[in-house]
Design a protein around this ligand. Structure first.
Ligand SMILES: Nc1nc2c(ncn2[C@@H]2O[C@H](COP(=O)(O)OP(=O)(O)OP(=O)(O)O)[C@@H](O)[C@H]2O)c(=O)[nH]1
Ligand SMILES: [Mg+2]
Length: 301
């Protein structure tokens, strides 16, 4: 039985409704991958592997593990998965090309290591090749490596870029369906299905640069981030969100719960991005699912 070269599932020719279906005998890709690669079309996938099962499989392999995540999806839930990996590991911050150009890489790396208690961080982009040498060196030294991380963090894209492969990549969640074994110049490589249980909301596509938006809030004008509202007496905030996230300021008199934010901190809205607060600020907001961290984007003494 052959496996789909794009997503790793076993190819079958009988059942259109089941994963791995292909109408063409001896094809290298399943119909879902064919459609994703050629028409950017998504066939919804119900049989997704659970995060726990993915973690168990990663830990059973006992090989060096790269954990990929991009800045806007960096949060405690995601990092708790990183910490549950028992193998030797390193964090790769992906999609560096979309980050603001004035964000110093050394400060970013220093902050992420400190805030999330991580030994080492590599920055990578498939658009300009930043980080490729560092990653390749580790792969050559280790001989066997695995690429893990949340869905859509860019695992398959990185493997295609560094090792000249043709895995399916897409803007949809759960593109890779199984662990896919590959080889490159004697190195054994595994692509992994993405962790997918921490994404409660729509996924955003990285098409444009994330340019921090600075907004001034007053007592009268509240900030709207999609359906989330933030009110404060007077503050200047820097917003780091995908371009597709709807941001506006509007008059609003509703009462919300109070959240105190220390100076030089980020208010993280998982899967959307974060807001950088330079000064200590009290806000009221309808956000329930949030995290507050020392800011990843500013210099801390
Ligand atoms: N701007 C930018 N986009 C990237 C980069 N790497 C990946 N992407 C985009 O991110 C999306 C997801 O990429 P994939 O490689 O499919 O992600 P994955 O981690 O393999 O996802 P799953 O297989 O679902 O776990 C695609 O739209 C890619 O084009 C990068 O370095 N820069
Ligand atoms: Mg993938």
């Amino acid at each position: 039985m052959s496996k789909c070269l794009g997503c790793g599932v076993t190819i079958q020719y009988e059942n259109k409704e089941q994963k791995g279906y292909s109408p063409k005998k001896d094809s290298k890709y399943c119909l879902r991958c064919f459609k994703m690669q050629n028409y950017h079309e998504n066939i919804k996938n119900e049989s997704v592997i659970s995060d726990q099962e993915i973690l168990n499989k990663i830990n059973r392999k006992k090989i060096f593990t790269f954990f990929l995540v991009d800045l806007l999806n960096l949060n405690n839930k995601v990092i708790s998965l990183y910490h549950k990996i028992n193998n030797n590991k390193i964090l790769i911050l992906t999609k560096i090309d979309i980050l603001p150009s004035n964000l110093p890489h050394d400060i970013l790396i220093h902050n992420i290591k400190k805030i999330y208690d991580i030994n080492d961080v590599i920055l990578f982009s498939k658009e300009n090749g930043v980080g490729q040498k560092e990653i390749l060196n580790i792969c050559q030294k280790e001989g066997k490596v695995l690429f893990a991380g949340p869905t859509s963090s860019g695992k398959s894209s990185l493997i295609n870029y560094l090792f000249n492969k043709e895995l399916t990549v897409s803007e949809y969640q759960n593109t890779t369906m199984e662990f896919i074994p590959l080889t490159y110049q004697g190195i054994k490589i595994y692509d992994a299905p993405g962790f997918n249980e921490m994404y409660p909301i729509k996924e955003y596509i990285y098409k444009k640069k994330v340019n921090p938006k600075v907004v001034m809030l007053t007592k009268e004008y509240s900030l709207y981030i999609n359906d989330y509202v933030i009110k404060t007496a007077k503050a200047s905030l820097s917003l780091y969100f995908h371009n597709e996230v709807k941001i506006k300021t509007k008059k609003d008199n509703t009462l919300y719960q109070k959240i105190d934010i220390p100076a030089k901190s980020d208010l993280v809205i998982p899967s959307l991005g974060f807001i950088y607060f330079k000064d200590k600020t009290s806000i009221t907001s309808n956000i329930v699912n949030y995290e507050i961290r020392e800011s990843v984007v500013c210099y801390h003494e």
